[in-house]
Design a protein around this ligand. Structure first.
Ligand code: DQA
Length: 147
């Protein structure tokens, strides 16, 4: 199975950006680790990041057309992008899995982070475990696909 691991705005700044919240490792580190986890799980993992909403919507359309499952960290778009939600909904309604992930636990932070417009159409959500949120999401995907 093919999995697109899609990351939204400011996540290209990982390692530099608010390290006390997001840690010291970079998006390149995440891409390398995620490829390794994918190998262990029999998943082909493709890690991407963009600051652009339109690009992220396009990648979700690509997932539907290519029959790829998705691990999605929508970053700040989580909290207000209905366009992203509508694109993500096409993934799950076409029978593919989509796991929403967050490095931090948005529910424990500012109130504007408490609501996710994506959560209601996701297969499930993993939040609060740093890079392990992605590892756990890939495990959950692999487990569900083999069930
Ligand atoms: C985030 C949480 C969001 O609230 C925030 O806007 C981000 C990162 C996370 O991974 O913890 O950019 O999605």
């Amino acid at each position: 199975p093919h999995v697109l691991v899609l990351n939204g705005p400011n996540l290209g700044r990982l390692g530099v950006r608010e390290p006390e919240i997001y840690g010291h490792a970079s998006m390149a580190d995440l891409a390398r680790e995620a490829a390794g986890w994918g190998d262990e799980l029999g998943l082909t993992v493709d890690v991407r990041q963009t600051d652009d909403e339109s690009q992220l919507v396009g990648w979700l359309h690509e997932a539907v057309d290519a029959r790829a499952h998705v691990v999605l960290n929508p970053a700040a778009f989580t909290h207000y992008s209905y366009a992203l939600r509508d694109a993500a909904a096409q993934v799950t309604t076409s029978g593919l899995l989509l796991v929403e992930v967050h490095l931090s636990n948005p529910a424990a932070r500012e109130s504007f982070r408490h609501y996710s417009v994506v959560a209601g159409i996701a297969t499930g959500t993993v939040a609060g475990f740093g890079f392990d949120s992605y590892r756990l999401a890939l495990h959950a995907l692999a487990h569900k696909l083999s069930a």
